[in-house]
Write a new protein. Sequence first.
Length: 328
Amino acid sequence: MSKKLNLAAAVAAAAAVFVSAPYASAAAGREHPKPVVTDVKTVAPFDWSAGEVPENITVNPDSTLTVSMLGSYAGKRPELVRVSADGRHRSVLVTGVLGDGFTGNTLGSDGTIYYNVWSKDASRAGVWKLPPGGHPSRLAALPADGLPNGLAIDPSGHILYVSDSYKGTIWAVPVAGGQARTWLTDQALAPVPTASIPIGVNGLRYHNGAVWVTNFNKSTLLRVPVTAAGKPGRIHQVIGGEVGIDDFNFLSSRSDIVFTALNTQNKVDVVYPNGKKVTVLTAADGLASPTATAVRGHELYITDASLAAPHHPQLQGGRINLAALQGS
């Protein structure tokens, strides 16, 4: 999530060649000579006037997609929505309170959906859960003066990690319930106080033994190893210069190739493990304030919040050309 929240108060494995490689400084971004993402289309249009401002996305085992809707940005109640892979069917799973925002969401192995509620009401702010066939309830409180944003669950299914964009903090929340604890606070995660929209740590994923995060103000993608004791290791900057970086996702569970959503630039970049970045989608492909990406096999999904008028929020989909991706 990026500037939109300031206004709210106002898959499958790929070829072995894509597996992790050493990290290096970023090369300058450029457009790919061959299309890495093809057949881009609108999978599902959303209704701005109804508060359908998509913020985050999770691909489910049955190929459906769980989308968090901010709501408050358009002056409506937030929603958690399930959308079929072809976009033809959707259902509202949870409707929130006017003035609140739903941000990151993730899925537990038992089918429980976890999602962040950004609220100035201390009785609602925090991480919530929706068990299969059950009702939503708050799992853990988070500060009402913070901004819970990205959300991910560790492979053991025991800990949820939450990025707090205002406090420059990553929280750890026990899935079994209990008090959230500070996992990591660092200047690398902090917002820039003088920025017009002071938002720091933003998107968050747990991947290959590390917590990966973006910093919106500092235009960085960071990797934080998780030690055997569950503590944060040394922060590694994977890449800088990703202006307007929001959320992101990986080509597969085995690959460190990243698809980043650049909210303010209307772009999707591919970031390679060696630090090179390549722009693969732009506004010419229909991008409008992209907030997050998700991958299912060879399919790439992008949520477009479409923050600028005329507002046409949507879920987009395209096909990943693995040969072109490797060719880069």
